[in-house]
Design a protein around this ligand. Structure first.
Ligand SMILES: [Zn+2]
Ligand SMILES: [Zn+2]
Length: 467
């Protein structure tokens, strides 16, 4: 009777429960999604847009929540699609068990007290073990037509010998790093050290962090295989982690990398010195790429959620980073196509009714979905032809566990503010000198989102456009 003991108790707490639940010695059960989809917050409905979250972790890697809870919290916070992106693995196993201990046990109890998911459990050596629902089981449980969708993904890690880590999310793909893939890539020296959890200590890192960027790209391409490029989404994650690791010049050299995390509200980020911001990083890459007629890089916002405790202290402000995608249908392929087209903006607490770019006139126009009583500032930011390409190099000293780094600092001519408007609607018409332009919309109130890595004010960022 130990089996399912906990879950049975929680299950019985749920008065609306109608799922047939077979306990005591059998792992078979059936579930009815209606039981659990009691979302308290209606999704943010701005006609034509879908709010999504592209980066979060669960017990499948180093997150502190079941996948069930992790996704449900975002659903209940008004998101319409989420990507569970665990480190180094897609959640495919059908017989994966996990022992939540210490804080993770507390996190498990907390999640169950809110959601009462029937979990398959057993005890071994006096310890509770959970069977983890895999992605397909979870989708069957949580997906709701035109209301909520799980999209598969995972976070790939490559390590450089210099301590630099390169993380990237591969979204709407069930591919994962296998030993076979690592062997194949390793055969094309220099060796790399990829997704530690998969490769263990078998490989030693010989490549630099810089080389590791192109290795990540190569691995992603192998993993995508024949899937049409616009049906998967590849995002380069948190370039400032672990310590301003990724130099913008590396991404200038890799124009196939077209998306990166502009905002990562993850919990483990160092405070940024004034001279290093992901916005400046963004403009450096785009200035040099535009100068060479290469595709621009676009920005996303995520929470990179590992710890879900904040949803239990202030639910309203717990979720921060979002992508708002212009997509009529809540369909994974359609959403990926829209993202790949750049038909989205990155948001932390500011929403748009519309953003339009008229290529014939070079006019970028934004219309804010304004909150009553809040003032907005709209900045149009870009870089002009003939910008100053020189930089000075400064030392970022070793600090705690963060190694010393060298950082190139570029002039103000990279990422200039072309025009500022106070209000809820503004437009900017590009001149022939403008390489690209983008808009940043800021609410002139303090940020409600309290995570590290957050912007100081609620903000959103449209993608860069070119005439
Ligand atoms: Zn990461
Ligand atoms: Zn992550």
């Amino acid at each position: 009777m130990n089996q399912n003991r906990l879950s049975r108790r929680n299950f019985l707490k749920s008065s609306a429960a109608i799922a047939a639940f077979v306990s005591a010695g059998s792992l078979a059960y059936s579930e009815s999604p209606e039981v659990f989809n009691n979302a308290p917050v209606s999704p943010l409905k701005i006609p034509g847009w879908r709010r999504g979250h592209l980066h979060q972790h669960s017990f499948w890697s180093d997150g502190s929540a079941t996948l069930e809870e992790a996704c449900s919290l975002y659903r209940d916070a008004g998101y319409e699609f989420v990507v569970p992106s665990d480190h180094g693995r897609f959640q495919a196993d059908t017989d994966k068990w996990f022992t939540p201990e210490g804080p993770k046990r507390a996190a498990y109890e907390r999640g169950q007290s809110r959601y009462h998911f029937p979990m398959q459990t057993k005890e071994e050596g006096g310890k509770l073990q959970l069977r983890m629902r895999n992605f397909d089981e979870l989708s069957a449980l949580l997906n709701q037509e035109d209301r909520f969708l799980l999209i598969p993904g995972h976070e790939l890690t490559t390590h450089g010998a210099d301590g630099v880590q390169v993380h990237s999310n591969l979204i709407n793909s069930r591919a994962e790093v296998t030993q076979e893939l690592v062997d194949k890539l390793e055969g094309q020296a220099p060796a790399m050290y990829m997704s530690r959890k998969i490769t263990g200590d078998k490989m030693s890192p010989h490549c630099s962090g810089h080389e590791s960027v192109s290795w990540s790209l190569r691995a992603i391409k192998e993993m995508i295989g024949d899937t049409p490029k616009d049906e998967v989404f590849f995002m380069f994650n948190h370039p400032d982690w672990i310590w301003y690791d990724v130099q913008p010049e590396w991404l200038c050299e890799q124009p196939e990398i077209r998306f990166f995390e502009l905002i990562n509200c993850g919990p483990n980020f160092p405070g940024r010195p004034d001279f290093w911001t992901t916005e400046k990083f963004w403009d450096i890459i785009n200035a040099f790429r535009a100068d060479k007629n290469q595709p621009l890089i676009m920005g996303t916002a995520t929470d990179d959620t590992h710890n879900y405790q904040r949803f239990y202290t202030d639910f309203e402000t717990a979720a921060g980073g979002s992508v708002m995608v212009r997509c009529e249908t809540l369909d994974a392929v359609d959403l990926m196509k829209a993202l790949n087209r750049g038909d989205f903006y990155a948001a932390v607490g500011v929403w748009l009714n519309d953003v339009q770019f008229d290529k014939s006139t070079g006019t970028l126009a934004v219309d804010v979905h304004a909150e009553k009583g809040v003032n907005y500032k709209i900045d149009f930011i870009g870089t002009r032809r003939g910008f100053d390409k020189t930089f000075r190099t400064i030392d970022s000293p070793k600090e705690g566990r963060y190694p010393a780094r060298k950082i190139n600092v570029y002039s103000e001519s990279v990422g200039e503010i072309f025009k500022t408007v106070e209000g809820t609607h503004a437009e900017y018409t590009m001149t022939d000198d403008d390489l690209y332009v983008r808009a940043r919309i800021t609410a002139m109130v303090s940020a409600r989102c309290t995570m590290r890595g957050k912007p100081d004010h609620p903000s959103c960022w449209t993608q860069p456009v070119q005439k």
